[in-house]
Design a protein. Sequence first.
Length: 253
Amino acid sequence: MGSSTVPIVLLHGFLVSSWAWRHNLYPLSGHHRVIAPCQKGFGWTDKREDPYTLSSLGNHIVACLDALGVEKAHVIGNSLGGAVGLYMAANFPQRVDHLVLVNAAGIPFRRGVNLLTRTLSKWLAPAARGVGRDAIFRLLLRTYCYPRNFLDDRYMRGFMAPLSRSGSYRAALRVMSNLNRGLREMYPQLSGIQHPTRIIWGGRDRLVPLKAGEILAARLPQSELIVFHDSHHCPMEEEPERFNECVLDFLPT
């Protein structure tokens, strides 16, 4: 990797951790410095008292870049991480070079967000007490995010490990409760984002459907949409080789 190459920041989605990028770190690091933080409130971060708003999450990543001495980065975000990447591009445009959105939560939910929050609250409450934790998350992931045969025991161990940390479920619920308000506030800013943007979408996503990706592509002036028709919510895990090639083909070196 040349010293002048712009680093990559990988931003994971809701409930997961930087482990979600395990298939992408090594291939991408052959061309760029790669930074894969756990987002505030998730993964291995401290679960301190915090509003856990979209702006709070975005400001946290900017502070991480400051601490690492990174002035500008390519930002790649999946799901919630895509929303944080869009927030950074809109509010800290000088800190973002290219933007890659992967089944991003960038469009406000018009309906169902309160139902989703209540459903997650109902499921996460017993999970927080350890009651049927593995089965609850298998059902959640299978229903919304992944194909059935993806969720083997090895995957579940990697997914569940950081959720054992105290405060994980409380932080997750606060993020979910605040997310739609943050997306509504950010939505008018999207048309002003001028960064080159590649939108990668799993065409079988049941959590954030392809229609949301099409709206984002129409809203962002410098964007293109690429559909992975056989993927669900996390193409970087489901089709990692194709995903890595798609990213490297887009980013300047």
